[in-house]
Design a protein around this ligand. Structure first.
Ligand code: SF4
Length: 112
């Protein structure tokens, strides 16, 4: 396992609650959270780095796998965990997809 996955960026503190009205819209109406490709995920390469890295505790260890446990606590539009995954297993919606979601919410709620 590479040194960078050992400790310095791991977080063992309390779960941080992400902003609940990003861009002024209810968090649960924004489909922004990571997806894990189970074919690519290989915790033997990182010792479940994403689980410890995320202060919002979006990821959870489930036996020898990782699951998305609290998707709507992901901090929109952060995706800093993705480039840290050693196998490229983590993906997020594109910036264009996020813009589309926000356009839809502005139609629904008006500008905020
Ligand atoms: S998704 Fe990436 S960082 Fe998370 S456990 Fe799997 S390989 Fe490691």
């Amino acid at each position: 396992m590479e040194e960078k996955y050992r400790s310095s960026e791991r977080y063992y503190g309390e779960k941080v609650i992400a902003p609940q009205e990003p861009y002024g819209f209810p968090r649960k109406e924004i489909e922004w959270f990571p997806r894990i490709d189970p074919e690519k995920c290989d915790p033997s390469k990182c010792a479940f780095f994403c689980v410890d890295y995320c202060h919002m505790k979006v990821y959870k260890r489930d036996g020898d796998k990782v699951v998305i446990d609290d998707p709507y606590n992901c901090n929109v539009p952060s995706q800093s965990c993705a480039p840290r995954c050693p196998t490229g297993a983590i993906t997020f919606p594109s910036k264009e997809e996020l813009k589309r979601m926000l356009r839809g919410l502005r139609k629904k709620y008006g500008y905020r």
